[in-house]
Design a protein around this ligand. Sequence first.
Ligand code: PLP
Length: 402
Amino acid sequence: MVHDKLRESCTVDRPSTWSQAKNSLISPLYLTTVFGYRSSSELIAFNERKRSEKGLRDADYGRYSNPTEQAVEDAIAELEGAESALLYPSGMAAVTSTLLAITLAHQAVHLIIGAEGYRKTREFADNDLSRLGATITYIAPDELPAIEQYLQPTTRAIFLESPTNPYLRVADLNLLARLGRERGITTIIDATFASPINQKPLSFDIDLVIHSATKYLGGHNDLLAGVVAGRGDLIGLLRERRGITGTIAAPDVAYRLLRSLPELELRVQRQNDTGLKVARFLESCDAVEKVWYPGLESHPEHEIARTQLRGYGGVVSFEVKGDLETTAQFLDGLSVPTIGASFGGVVPLIEQPAVISYYHHGAEKRRELGIKDNLVRLSVGLIDPDALIRDFIHSFSSLMRR
Ligand code: PLP
């Protein structure tokens, strides 16, 4: 009896019961790795559908798909205005799977990748994609308006972060989408720093948007995941490859991500407000050399940000007046944010890129990559902005007294 019931709600020809079991208010967590069939004829019918419907999502095995994971993919596709979305076990799995699929789909491949961005993306392009024969042009934020001159007949994709890590530089998505359309180049934006609340790149006609869902989407500093959303044909290609490489997120991660999404807007709006307030405060501080925040008039792409972003986010980068040691002392004098990598979660985090992510690069390589010793990246979290500002005043004052 119990078995009959279970089988009824888990058969492959009932996708509607997969994502909404009976009257369950919350989409259930399916931990099963296998979905069974009532008969061989049902299995054959499923195989036939698989043959005729390219990219069919129903699956009989957890490496291909799972209803909990499908529920979160549907929610993200809706949030981004995408034809389809795919969930990965990390942001890097989403980034590398996308770039690899594009590289493998062509004989000759030239890629344009943002020079400023998450260092592991660049490492992957330098080490792995180059070995596969892809040629890569890195373009700096200042070169973006003239991007057309870097295009080649074999340019297959333009991949940019916007805003970038760590200086929060902003790309003109109208320009990129137009180039992509005119030249048949796939345009991809890693919009992790914007979140779908502050920007929906697909609404500008960008082909694919990527997020490290570890950041704002998950938002609670307790899960690692990545998503790609966009054009149905491209997502179909990625889905097929994901079934082979096995880079699907675990159902319990999908469940926690699904739970984080309804409050995403609240969290991001609060972080937008705090980010702007703290950025303005920092800009008024004598102990601060420069603030990098797209919401400030002093930001190089403020005009683009003002018209293309709906909020400026909860990350503020700034340069402390002084050297590596002075900056480290400033961080050590703080008690509200925790020193740690990552951003976009509820817990305030602060880092000095030269000492954390780029420590092993050495001073010369850091200079080459534009990572300054006195640079600090703050993720404001959901703390009271005044508590953060008081903490900053306290630490800056201690520095001055030294
Ligand atoms: N994209 C951006 C812009 C990031 O900042 C990061 C990580 O910090 C990633 C991708 C990779 O995400 P994950 O850590 O979830 O693999």
